[in-house]
Design a protein around this ligand. Structure first.
Ligand code: NAI
Ligand code: MG
Length: 363
């Protein structure tokens, strides 16, 4: 009792950016479950909400204020919903908020677990829950998503666009090392996504760095596939993978495919992680603002809640993180409420409440 009384003072300072569309519907459920975990495990949260979104952009011309990055710097982590609105071009919402946060805070790891949960009817049949369980480690600050390039001869017949890809040795090595370190805590197997047959400068360099880093981890099994056949293996042999490491673009594509293979994008979590902890990391579901279902109260909050579990793990609250993941699984495995995307008719808050109650009632 003494020990739990002393840890009761642990408080985590979290910045909330609910964003747009269903982001505003699923973030409150994430907070509800995190609060329940804090009460159960003897810690608390200091939340501060930032109303940065496409609505803010439409009103002010900015996704976030000019000093937005400075405002976030002092937090332990950022808990984000999703941004995107049909009236705002997607490159504006992405480059006005998410990408600056990822880059300024050196969140160079985008970690996206893919796990088959109980009683979710996946497009692939024949795999029991848990048989498919891997992580995608996506490079999150450079690669194909660069600002280098431009447009020349605009509006003429000679018009062209040029987009440069940047692979630095530092950027490649640190993401590859993160993947190998993560594999050591799991199945000790790393798969590299490449395309060194078609992309002849950057991808052979990526392969070279993969070989160099691999040499430091003789206990970890490795393989590599070109991205085209790798997408086919995700569908045909999803149980082959443990940790899949990929450049920014390839990782982005794989991490929508992975969740689709195990069920609904509505359950997929992600972390934008600064492993050195010099800056806050950011946790958000993989899905976007889903304008097609926004405002109806039927969005699946599990991706947001599972992202909250990843945030707890990052904050050092391992037991609470396990409890939240376990609560998600037991609500799904039992006759708990489920949203329409996974075959139920429950509302967003009913799922959040059921998971929060499960967390609170853990022995
Ligand atoms: P999306 O993920 O918002 O939606 C894709 C499909 O999945 C839709 O049919 C949607 O209804 C469904 N879906 C997504 N999340 C769900 C949930 N939690 N429960 C039930 N169904 C769910 O992707 P889309 O349509 O390509 O993009 C919509 C907007 O979101 C765009 O403006 C896009 O730029 C933005 N976006 C933002 C992201 C972020 O904030 N990190 C990531 C991806 C897209
Ligand atoms: Mg994506």
């Amino acid at each position: 009792m003494q020990a739990s009384a002393s840890v009761a003072h642990r408080a985590h300072k979290i910045a909330i950016i609910a964003g747009d569309g269903i982001g505003r519907e699923v973030v409150p459920e994430g907070i509800r479950v995190l609060e329940a975990a804090g009460r159960r495990f003897g810690f608390s949260f200091v939340w501060r909400e930032f109303d940065w979104s496409c609505d803010a952009y439409l009103a002010t011309g900015r996704m976030m204020p000019a000093d937005g990055i400075d405002k976030l710097r002092a937090f332990d982590a950022i808990f984000l919903g999703a941004v995107g609105h049909p009236r705002v071009p997607d490159h504006v919402s992405l480059w006005g908020l998410l990408i600056p946060i990822r880059r300024h805070f050196q969140q160079y790891v985008n970690l996206r677990p893919v796990r088959m949960l109980p009683r979710i009817d996946p497009p692939l049949k024949g795999y029991p829950p848990g048989k498919i369980d891997f992580c995608i480690v996506r490079e999150n600050t450079e690669g194909e998503y660069s600002e280098m390039g431009g447009r020349v001869f605009r509006g003429t017949e000679e018009e062209f666009a040029l987009q440069e890809t940047i692979f630095t040795r530092r950027g490649c090595d640190r993401i590859l090392r993160y993947a190998f370190e993560l594999a050591r805590t799991r199945g000790k197997h790393v798969t590299s996504a490449t395309k060194s047959n078609g992309i002849i400068h950057t991808m052979p360099f990526w392969d070279e760095r993969f070989a160099a880093v691999r040499a430091e981890y003789p206990d970890v099994r490795t393989d590599q596939f070109h991205i085209d056949i790798l997408t086919a293996h995700f569908v045909k042999h999803p149980d082959w993978f443990d940790v899949v490491v990929a450049s920014n673009l390839f990782g982005d594509i794989l991490s929508d495919l992975g969740p689709a293979v195990v069920g609904s994008i509505g359950i997929a979590p992600s972390g934008n992680i600064n492993p050195e902890r010099e800056f806050p990391s950011m946790f958000e579901p993989v899905h976007g603002s889903a304008p097609d279902i926004a405002g109806r109260g039927v969005a699946n909050p599990i991706g947001q809640i599972w992202s909250g579990a990843m945030m707890l793990r990052h904050l050092g609250e391992e037991a609470a993180a396990d409890a939240v993941e376990h609560a998600i699984e037991s609500v799904l495995a039992g006759n708990g409420p489920r949203t329409p995307d996974i075959g139920g008719n429950a509302r967003t808050h009913e799922v959040g409440e059921a998971i929060a109650i499960e967390v609170s009632s853990l022995p």
